[in-house]
Design a protein around this ligand. Structure first.
Ligand code: SIN
Ligand code: MN
Length: 271
């Protein structure tokens, strides 16, 4: 899947780009099933909401679930990501933000690169996020809200707050922009929420300001996010963070023939 020049220009201008209907329902179902299986496996890759057992996020499902392993290599994710990066790339991070019906909490206003600068000492914001909707996303179930064009100003906040919500990964709460910063940026940029049917994909820049409200609707909002990093922009920490947070296989990914994700899960499904 190659992006047109107009689509690339829109991404550069806005800091995000929505492509509807990239994956069909059988593929979405395969990813949902893989996600559900992955939440059954105990481990640090499971992040729960403060004060409850509700799953907030699951990391690195591509290391355990075939459907996610296929997803990160899918040319529908990878090929546009390589176009937007203009360099070789590897999988830096994979997560699903679960946001269950009625109970999914909000995600504070933040810029992703702030976290990765602090935690992994990445030198440059030469990454791209590719999010896939595992549910229909509407105004009710907590869509991601972007401040279009806000990536242009670079990373606003440096440092994390002292009272971390989490030690290993950085929750957006830990690096949240102040209300004054968000107000000033939104005056200039406005706000857009990314909505669409399950199977849609959103590319977004690591420095775009974004966040999302709690899900008080009766419908879940599961959002898969693959982050690709330039292979020449590796973490510079002496001790890398755990592999579920920061990819260790930094070899450049090659674009392969497109494959149906629904046919990729057999090994795990039969277990
Ligand atoms: C969310 O899941 O709503 C937040 C996504 C993000 O911070 O990348
Ligand atoms: Mn984010």
């Amino acid at each position: 899947v190659r992006l047109t020049n107009e689509q690339i220009d829109a991404y550069r201008r806005d800091g995000f780009l929505v492509l509807p209907a990239q994956f069909d329902m059988a593929e979405v179902e395969a990813l949902r099933a893989a996600f559900a299986r992955d939440t059954e496996q105990p481990g640090n890759h499971l992040v729960v909401e403060d004060g409850s057992d509700e799953v907030r996020a699951v990391y690195a499902s591509h290391l355990r679930q075939d459907a996610f392993a296929a997803l990160v290599r899918s040319p529908r994710m990878l090929e546009p990501a390589l176009q937007l990066l203009g360099s070789a790339a590897y999988v830096y991070q994979v997560k699903v933000n679960a946001k269950p019906a009625f109970l999914g909490d909000s995600w504070s206003w933040h810029q992703d690169f702030g976290a990765w600068q602090i935690a992994d000492q990445l030198e440059r914001p030469d990454l791209v996020n590719v999010a896939i909707f595992l549910d229909d996303v509407d105004e009710f179930n907590g869509p991601v809200i972007f401040l279009p064009g806000s990536h242009e100003q670079g990373t606003v906040r440096s440092g994390r707050r002292d009272e971390h919500r989490s030690k290993q990964h950085l929750d957006p709460d830990d690096i949240a922009l102040t209300p004054e910063q968000v107000a000033a940026i939104s005056d200039r940029c406005g706000m857009v929420s990314a909505k669409g049917a399950a199977g849609s994909v959103v590319f977004f820049h690591p420095e775009i300001v974004h966040g999302s409200a709690a899900n008080m609707s009766p419908h879940p909002r599961r959002l898969g996010i693959i982050t690709y990093n330039d292979t020449s922009n590796l973490p510079r920490t002496s001790e890398p963070r755990a592999e579920y947070l920061v990819g260790r296989d930094t070899r450049a990914l090659a674009v392969e023939d497109d494959a149906d994700l629904a046919l990729s899960g057999a090994r795990f499904t039969v277990r």
